[in-house]
Design a protein around this ligand. Structure first.
Ligand code: SF4
Length: 458
């Protein structure tokens, strides 16, 4: 049993395992709070990556991700009472960042549940006692292994035994297994379902996820009040800023290095047709057709282009050229050039604004009829999305695979990538549009290299 760290007397078990029912009552300095929240964000990003890789058939298996599992992702561990309080506090504060939309709430709840499950297993927590603490009304019953009810449990658990003996099984109200694998067969009697101890962990995690979503919804309702405390609102702003800045740092470190900084004005049309994620493809297409783009779309697209390494001068030329059919040079310079210089940090606060991540794009307000921003997997109707996918000449099977995942935009985005770049390894697709581009660009380079191999005759 590994519930204590060597040399430490603190033990984590079912009675003190985190349930996040209330904020801890503790005095803590703001800079320390910021640090523990940053650690939790790293943990969340790590598990987000892991689950994205696990959901796909990518050749880039989990090893790549696990290889990057650094000390940081282990930081919020439960080896002391202080860590337990920090864990509780950061759970609530991070929820303030991702509670505004249903999609964000579901996304965060899924990740927190994965972390929870790993901890349950790591600390070998007594799940039956935890079920009672979670106020899930369970009962016990003694059954003979020859009983049909037990045989059904056996069948699910794949435990084959011919030995006839008495065993104790758990009975749980039917409603708690509703979200478990739908194809599983359960024995139901008087509203109770028979499960094994091993299956209790899925029930706990399922219940935990539902509770997380309820908590995030309540936090969202109280967000105005929470933000009225200037210390907390500043802390949340710092966290968001730091997260976005980390992303741009990584982009600069990885993406721009990998694409050799070779995205120029001349390449844009080609890349838009071939290597853009769907969100940027849609914006580029609407910009080309309408010779105009509303504010949110301009910001989303210009930051993406900046992330690809397009210089400010090229960016100004690109936008001026696209707008030229409807906007004079004077008007362009007066109304739009300032904002572009601003995104490059040369006007106003001179901040180096990072390209939007998928979570940021998904949290943007829904576009109206004249707007093009956002993630099409979220903002488009089924029919509109389908016809766009066919317009891009995707095969019927690929279109169905994407449509099946429409409610989970990052996964749909991965399916879209896989359809356009079969057998191409990818990383962080569905996390950031610029990473989508990087993976597409690398796939393109590989194809070009392959096609340039010359086979010499003997
Ligand atoms: Fe763009 Fe991200 Fe949506 Fe993909 S998931 S289309 S990259 S916003």
């Amino acid at each position: 049993m590994k519930s204590t760290k060597e040399g430490s007397k603190f033990t984590i078990n079912h009675s003190n395992f985190p349930l996040y029912n209330e904020l801890p009552n503790l005095k803590i300095q703001l800079d320390k709070t910021l640090k523990i929240c940053e650690q939790r964000l790293k943990l969340i990003d790590f598990y987000d990556q892991l689950s994205l890789q696990q959901t796909t058939n990518s050749n880039v298996k989990n090893q790549n991700i696990l290889k990057n599992k650094t000390e940081d992702t282990n930081l919020i561990d439960l080896y002391s009472e202080e860590n337990l309080s920090n864990d509780n506090l950061s759970f609530f504060l991070i929820a303030c960042l991702f509670c505004k939309t249903e999609l964000e709430r579901l996304w965060l709840a899924n990740i927190e549940t994965k972390i929870y499950e790993e901890r349950l297993q790591k600390f070998n927590v007594d799940t039956i006692n935890l079920l009672s603490i979670m106020k899930i009304p369970i009962q016990f019953e003694k059954l003979m292994t020859s009983d049909t009810k037990y045989k059904l449990i056996n069948f699910r658990s794949n435990i084959l035994t011919n030995e006839i003996k008495e065993v104790e099984v758990i009975k749980i109200p039917f409603e708690y297994v509703l979200n478990l694998v739908p194809s599983m067969e359960f024995h139901i009697q008087k509203g109770f379902v028979y499960i094994t101890r091993a299956e209790a962990i899925s029930i706990i995690c399922n219940n935990f996820k539902e509770e997380c979503i309820k908590k995030y919804t309540n936090i969202n309702k109280s967000l105005e009040r929470i933000n009225s405390d200037i210390r907390i609102s500043n802390l949340l702003k710092d966290l968001e800023k730091e997260r976005e800045e980390n992303k741009i740092r990584n982009l600069k470190k990885d993406t721009l290095k990998n694409i050799d900084g070779k995205v120029t004005l001349e390449d844009i049309e080609y890349h838009a047709q071939n290597n853009y994620p769907l969100c940027m493809y849609v914006i580029h297409k609407n910009l080309t057709n309408d010779s105009h783009l509303k504010h949110n779309g301009r910001l989303q697209y210009s930051l993406f282009l900046k992330g690809l390494g397009l210089s400010l001068n090229d960016s100004l030329k690109f936008w001026q050229n696209k707008f030229s059919a409807k906007t004079s040079l004077d008007k362009f310079n007066k109304d739009y050039a300032y904002n572009l210089r601003h995104t490059y940090g040369l006007e106003g606060k001179r901040s180096d604004y990072p390209p939007y991540s998928c979570s940021k794009i998904l949290a943007l307000p829904l576009p109206n009829m004249q707007e093009s921003h956002g993630c099409p997997f979220k903002t488009f109707s089924d029919d509109k999305l389908k016809s766009l996918l066919y317009e891009l000449r995707l095969k019927e099977l690929d279109v169905s695979k994407i449509m099946e995942k429409k409610k989970e935009p990052p996964i749909a985005c991965i399916k879209f990538f896989e359809a356009r770049f079969p057998d191409t390894p990818f990383e962080k697709v569905g996390v950031h549009p610029n990473y989508y581009f990087e993976s597409a660009y690398k796939g393109l380079k590989k194809k070009k290299n392959k096609s340039s191999i010359v086979i010499e005759d003997n």
